[in-house]
Design a binder for this molecule. Structure first.
Ligand code: CTP
Length: 421
């Protein structure tokens, strides 16, 4: 990742897709009509400078973002607009892939450390100053020919080039302690370092207990976002280095073995999409696996898991070794099904990754379950048994189950062959 030396002008036409440019044109038209300047800000500017495609579009309106978004909705085919009067912001959902966040340029006051901010209108310069890090405090005006100078009051480009995460002022982590975790997330993601003074402020913030001042839902959300990062390992090492994992549970240990597992998990990213798994959950469980049962349950309660989920996960995660032992000894599809069907998909993926390279046979069976067994639908249904003259009684369900197991072990048998087996 190289930030081009000295480049201050960005030609948006070279950076963005045609789809996005069409959208920006419409934004520009509304901006002209309303006489309000609009800017791309935050992550999309940072990532454009790094040559990375960013899917989040953050826009600041020097004016009234709510009315701006309502007017914009008339010209673009958006699914919906959600407005937040209190924060003077709006979200325009274009479709499942694209959403635009609009905010009125603002200053924020924090009544007390870690509180939610009080918002007042301001210029783009002041708006940039309220932000977390210099690399996130740059803007690009959406105007005329889309050849826009990077608005960079706080040397974000310099820090991007020098790979530094730097706060804009000494109170940044006090105002919003979630920035402590954000700093490590960005440092991990881009392989950047914390700028010297920023690191001191961050360490002070941690030892002063700023994170404890946050409401748990806000803290939890930051952990989830970090664990969801494509390559979360470096950021997790940083959480460990600065003793932040302790906020989840003091007994969490992030040792070599844990990191080795996370590394393996990061390599099988494609499974998360295929099986619709939330990646953060897998990373989270790997971090929790050395806890005792009651400690594990405590953390899951803190993270708002239901009792049913807690039961399911703690069986799978805490009994992993036993489950792998059982899998070693079996071979039939029905046996694999019986063992794995009661375990969460997240645990199964962890089991698969753990057995890879160390126990190829179990790895093969788990993979077979995921790709060939898990989604098999029973060919024999209740009505088929009734037609066959079997009366619905208390054994009916186990009869159906018998046929299903038979089907799993004889996957190519037709329905009629199964019924006559
Ligand atoms: N921001 C901030 N302080 C926070 C959260 C966000 O100053 N605690 C500002 C930053 O300028 C950030 C922008 O709001 O760039 C958007 O925030 P967010 O969408 O959370 O992050 P991105 O920078 O877009 O990063 P990501 O690529 O992770 O979405």
């Amino acid at each position: 990742m190289e930030v081009l030396e000295g480049i201050k002008i960005i030609d948006l036409k070279e950076v963005f897709s045609t789809e996005l440019l069409v959208l920006l044109k419409k934004i520009e038209i509304v901006s002209k009509k309303r006489g309000e300047r609009v800017f791309l800000v935050g992550g999309i500017v940072r990532d454009s400078l790094l040559g990375i495609w960013s899917k989040d579009i953050d826009i600041v309106v020097e004016g009234d973002a709510i009315n701006f978004s309502l007017e914009l909705k008339k010209t673009i085919d958006a699914e919906k607009v959600i407005t937040y009067e209190k924060f003077k912001t709006a979200v325009l959902v274009i479709d499942s892939k694209i959403k635009i966040d609009l905010a009125s340029s603002r200053v924020e006051y924090y009544e007390y450390p870690a509180s939610l901010p009080i918002v007042e209108n301001s210029t783009i310069k002041e708006d940039m100053y309220r932000r977390d890090f210099t690399i996130n405090s740059m803007a690009l005006e959406i105007e005329g020919n889309f050849s826009s100078e990077v608005i960079d009051f706080y040397n974000g480009q310099e820090d991007l080039k020098n790979k530094k995460i730097k706060v804009l002022h000494n109170l940044s982590f006090i105002d919003d302690p979630t920035r402590i975790i954000r700093a490590l997330r960005f440092a991990g993601r881009y392989k950047f370092d914390l700028e010297k003074k920023t690191e001191i402020l961050l360490k002070d913030g941690i030892s002063e207990g700023y994170l404890k001042k946050l409401s748990w839902p806000r803290l939890k959300q930051e952990f989830k976002i970090l664990f969801d990062e494509k390559n979360s390992m470096r950021a997790i090492c940083l959480l460990d280095k600065y003793n932040i994992l302790e906020e989840i549970h003091p007994m969490i240990k992030c040792n070599e073995k844990t990191l080795e597992k996370i590394k393996k998990i990061e390599k099988v990213g494609k499974f998360f999409e295929i099986f619709k798994i939330e990646k953060w959950l897998i990373i989270f469980f790997i971090l929790l696996e050395n806890l005792e049962k009651n400690e594990f349950n405590q953390v899951l309660i803190k993270f708002d898991f239901t009792n049913k989920q807690i039961k399911k996960y703690n069986y799978g995660i805490l009994k992993k070794t036993e489950i792998l032992e059982k899998i070693k000894k079996i071979d039939l599809n029905s046996e694999i099904y019986i063992i794995l069907n009661k375990i969460s998909i997240e645990t199964i993926v962890i089991l698969m990754v753990e057995s890879q390279n160390s126990d190829e046979e179990s790895y093969r069976k788990i993979k077979k379950y995921l790709f060939e067994i898990k989604d098999v639908k029973p060919k024999i249904r209740g009505e088929d048994l009734i037609k066959k003259g079997i009366k619905p009684n208390k054994f009916f369900k186990s009869k159906l189950n018998y046929y299903f197991m038979l089907q799993l072990d004889n996957i190519h048998l037709k329905k009629i062959e199964l019924l006559n087996f």
